[in-house]
Write a protein that binds this ligand. Structure first.
Ligand code: NDP
Length: 381
């Protein structure tokens, strides 16, 4: 297998499982963005034969950290594509649109792809699902919600599904006032009540943009339009999502909030494997609660649905503007409330043709990032 984004939160959970069953998995390649020390440590531990760092300025450091091993060090986008194409199972866990080309390469190579990198599917969903059909690849969702839906669909006919219900924890600001939310700090925004995740997805969970990206991801993965995809806030994060069938039956997947469960489901599919995740104790949980999402306090969710319904390049614009806005929020340059504001403005101003290739997707992404940065500079001036 190859682990793309091995140094991240999903990468770490994947390695935890893989290292518990060394006879079951052989790690061929591992990748990171810029953390050479952690990547070299992972490559040594797993015996990987290829370690790739996206940041080319870190290649010499990576090479010297791997001196004396059989692991080849490489850097840059082409090397990431090589890492994605050299195994028959790929964990796609790079964060953001940076994961698009490598994830697409894994799909085109016909590998079984465990997909955590939701931004790749959000920005290039139609291209990626057609490429998956053409190459015969199996896409296994790792996002806990999509993995839950995947499990609830097993053994049923597609035409019997009436709707999918994605659950959302509501994030750290579920009960906060609009004023508190508007002025939230990065430390407050990344303090997720139930899940431990990377910084970008944690902020997305606080704005509910994460649920919006998941809505788009679900539409591509399961082939359903916006009006058959619902969202319900479920603060306990015990039910990870549900599928409603035409007879009124609703199937749900439950589990503790530990990403090693959906990751294990993808790693072992179509079998199961043991995980160290805590078993559910429903009696001590006591109550499962549900409520409607509040689109006034969390406008990002409505923007994502708008982008899904608009089609064309709208989801690429939504994602690119959001990535820049989150980066600037984490750097302390904009307020929490401005994240959705930037995304709205980017969507309002966007005029792009429907992308026909990954090159087209990356061009819309590049232009939107540049525009969003310029927009922020202008509003700060
Ligand atoms: P992290 O930020 O923890 O890790 C991101 C990984 O991507 C790291 O290995 C990082 O390397 C690498 N990376 C960052 N920038 C680049 C780049 N430009 N080129 C190549 N590699 C890069 O993210 P998460 O693990 O939290 O999330 C990964 C993906 O999984 C995201 O798409 C997220 O939405 C999705 N996801 C995550 C969940 C979670 O629980 N964490 C749950 C469901 C989905 P480095 O360490 O060197 O920066």
């Amino acid at each position: 297998m190859s682990i793309l984004g091995a140094t991240g939160s999903i990468g770490e959970s994947t390695l935890d499982l893989v290292e518990r069953e060394p006879d079951r998995f052989a790690v061929e390649a591992v990748t990171a963005g810029s953390n050479a020390a952690s990547l070299a440590d992972i490559a040594r531990r797993t015996g990987a034969r290829l370690a790739v760092i996206a940041d080319e300025t870190k290649l010499d450091e990576l090479k010297s950290l791997l001196a004396g091993t059989d692991c080849r060090a490489a850097a840059g986008e082409q090397a990431l594509v090589e890492a994605a194409s050299c195994a028959d199972f790929v964990m796609a866990a790079i964060v953001g649109c940076a994961g698009l080309r490598p994830t697409m390469a894994a799909v085109e190579a016909g590998a079984t792809v465990a997909l955590a990198n939701k931004e790749a599917l959000v920005t290039a969903g139609a291209l990626m699902t057609s490429a998956a059909i053409a190459s015969g690849t199996t896409l296994l969702p790792v996002d806990s919600e999509h993995n839950a839906i995947f499990q609830c669909l097993a053994g049923n006919r597609e035409e019997d599904v009436s709707r999918i219900i994605l659950t959302a924890s509501g994030g750290p600001f579920r009960t906060a006032s609009a004023e508190t939310i508007d002025n939230a700090t990065p430390a407050e925004a990344i303090a997720h009540p139930n899940w431990s995740m990377g910084a970008k997805i944690s902020v997305d969970s606080a704005t509910l943009m994460n649920k919006g990206l998941e809505l788009i991801e679900a539409s591509y993965l399961f082939g359903l339009p916006s009006d058959r995809l619902d969202i319900v806030v479920h603060p306990q994060s015990v039910i990870h999502s549900m599928v409603e069938y035409i007879d009124g039956s609703v199937l749900a997947q439950l589990g503790s909030a530990d990403m090693r469960i959906p990751i294990a489901s993808a790693l072992a599919w179509p079998q199961r494997m043991v995980t160290p995740a805590a078993k559910l104790d429903l009696a001590s949980i006591g109550r499962l609660e549900f409520e409607e999402p509040d689109l006034e306090r969390f406008p990002a969710l409505a923007l994502a649905r708008q982008a899904l319904e608009a089609g064309g390049a709208a989801a690429i614009v939504l994602n690119a503007a959001n990535e820049i806005a989150v980066e600037q929020f984490l750097a302390g340059n904009i307020r929490f409330v401005d994240i959705a504001g930037c995304v709205r403005q980017a969507l309002d101003e966007a005029e792009f043709d429907t992308p026909r290739s990954i090159g087209d997707v990356l061009e819309v992404d590049r232009v939107t990032r540049a525009r969003t940065r310029a927009m922020m500079k202008a509003s700060c001036a």
